[in-house]
Ligand binder design. Structure first.
Ligand SMILES: Nc1ncnc2c1ncn2[C@@H]1O[C@H](COP(=O)(O)OP(=O)(O)O)[C@@H](O)[C@H]1O
Ligand SMILES: [Mg+2]
Length: 505
């Protein structure tokens, strides 16, 4: 009798070279991942990196175009959510999937096939028991017989989690589960994660919060452009900056080496500025400084940027630019004094859809190519090519209409144009929205280079990480007023920022 030596235990789940297209968008590009029993595997990645798509393929919501998924080493088919569930794979959905008019108890067993008839009442009693036992084991306090619509959003999210767990899955996927949870419910969730982990359940946990990785993770993987780029174990040595480096796939040092302005003489001062949506704004900006204004939608920060760039007229207040009184009546007047504006909306930014890439890039910048009054086409072409190279624009010919480029590539051109036109200060709204990470870093680097040479930037971005990493100072706004100022901020200031901009400061 021969003894067959046991192969090393396979991972609970293996994702191998899975690709997925939505029309012309490639959401996943040969993504690979393993999940071990009893681990909390955190999945990080920018918006659009493919995290939700990967989780949904494992959950049977979408089918992979190519690639293999193995469970206990064996290839499996996951054509539907039900099929995945029968194999012990459950998912807590980002979008709530509950039926509002049904009770908590009904929702918990919704979609589960059971041969209820003719012993419906018996099943019912069993369901109630299972539900009570589950809630008790999770120390979850939810009424069973009220309609779901009467629950708070956070309670619904907890029920969504319980719904995934009621069938005792071997693998649970959670897609940004904490986004709507309060601090207390978050504690509950983390406690639940630990319980599941001890029971040997594998958890795939998608989040944006770097701190949560360190708090709950066993391993962490970073996705970029549809692929899983790196996977590392969570150890005490793992820091948020290492995670950020994983996320961006580049040296973070390049990003965080902040320019430090040498002069303290302000380039711009704003005193007592008031517009329809802000009041009593005081701020200063030195040459070579990158200053951010951060706040939630409706905090009034756009109107500050727009008043500085000459797009709106303040109701009250004064400004100075390089020591001179400054009150631009329109954007052209601001630009004449070296203050440019890059709006979030590309149409507003004055993109000329019918015109070529070259023309769009060099618009209003033609003076730079005029040699004794004569424009040199070859010089312009050379400069254009160099600039496109630097901006890493993917294009075929500089004479193609700009609309042939992707949105991100169009944005790069607008960025390049705005940088070329504003000699002193560039006010930027959401400059990196819709731009991939590699290009972002390229834009950051350019901002820094220019700042080192004395140019200033006012950054109005919804991206907190970029705001904290790039800016020398950040003004925090809430309800039309400046409520806090951060000097040389770091990622650790996230909490302080959030409490200020949510009005809890
Ligand atoms: N149902 C869908 N239809 C079309 N495109 C989609 C769909 N779901 C996702 N995508 C696209 O696939 C890419 C990855 O999306 P997603 O997996 O949601 O990323 P993440 O969860 O990391 O933010 C994005 O470009 C997104 O726009
Ligand atoms: Mg997602």
């Amino acid at each position: 009798m021969t003894i067959v030596s046991q192969r090393p235990t396979a991972a609970l789940l293996q994702v191998e070279a899975v690709s997925k297209w939505f029309g012309t968008t490639q959401a996943l590009n040969a993504a690979a991942l393993t999940l071990q029993a009893g681990e909390i595997h955190v999945l990080l990645g920018e918006n659009g990196a493919g995290k939700s798509t990967l989780a949904k393929i494992i959950a049977g919501v979408y089918r992979a175009d190519t690639g293999t998924i193995r469970l206990d080493g064996n290839p499996v088919n996951l054509p539907t959510v039900k099929a995945a569930r029968q194999l012990g794979i459950a998912m807590v959905f980002q979008e709530l999937s509950l039926a509002p008019h049904l009770t908590v108890l009904d929702n918990l067993f919704l979609g589960q096939e059971g041969n209820r008839f003719p012993l419906a009442w018996l099943h019912r009693a069993q369901e109630r028991q299972r539900c009570e036992a589950l809630f008790a084991s999770l120390e979850l306090n939810l009424p069973l017989d009220v309609p779901v619509r009467s629950l708070t959003i956070a309670q619904k999210q907890l029920l969504e989690i319980a719904k995934a767990l009621v069938q005792q899955p071997r693998l649970v996927m959670m897609d940004e589960p904490t986004s709507t949870l309060t601090e207390r419910e978050k504690r509950f969730l983390f406690q639940t994660l630990q319980t599941l982990k001890q029971q040997g359940v594998a958890i795939l946990y998608v989040t944006h919060h770097l701190r949560e990785v360190l708090e709950v993770g066993t391993r962490v993987s970073a996705m970029l452009d549809g692929s899983v780029r790196t996977t590392v174990a969570v150890t005490p040595a793992l820091t948020e900056s290492v995670l950020l480096e994983m996320l961006t796939g580049r040296q973070l040092s390049m990003v965080v080496a902040r320019s430090s302005p040498t002069t303290t003489q302000p380039l711009l001062t704003v005193d007592g500025l008031e517009t329809k949506s802000c009041k009593d704004i005081h701020l200063q900006l030195a040459p070579g400084e990158i200053v951010g204004i951060y706040g939630i939608v409706g905090c009034g920060r756009e109107s500050v940027g727009r008043a500085i760039a000459g797009l709106t007229q303040p109701l009250r207040g004064t400004m100075t630019l390089a020591g001179q009184s400054y009150a631009p009546q329109h954007p052209g007047a601001a630009l004449a004094q070296g203050v440019g504006f890059l709006p979030a909306d590309r149409k507003e930014a004055g993109i000329l859809p019918e015109r070529s890439i070259r023309e769009n890039l060099n618009l209003s910048n033609l003076g730079a190519f005029a040699k004794r009054g004569i424009l040199s086409p070859s010089q312009e072409r050379l400069h254009t090519t160099q600039q496109l190279e630097q901006l890493q624009v993917r294009y075929t010919s500089i004479e193609d209409p700009i609309t042939r480029l992707s949105g991100g590539n169009q944005q790069k051109i607008l960025f390049g144009r705005a940088i070329a036109r504003a000699s002193r200060l560039l006010v930027m709204e959401e400059p990196t929205a819709g731009i991939d990470m590699g290009t972002r870093l390229e834009l950051y680097r350019q901002m820094k280079d220019l700042a080192d040479r004395g140019a200033s930037f006012l950054l109005l971005s919804s991206d907190l990480v970029e705001t904290l990493l790039l800016c020398n100072r950040v003004y925090l706004m809430y309800d039309g007023a400046i409520v806090d100022i951060l000097i040389n901020p770091t990622l650790h200031d996230e909490e302080r920022v959030l409490s200020a901009v949510l009005g809890k400061g």
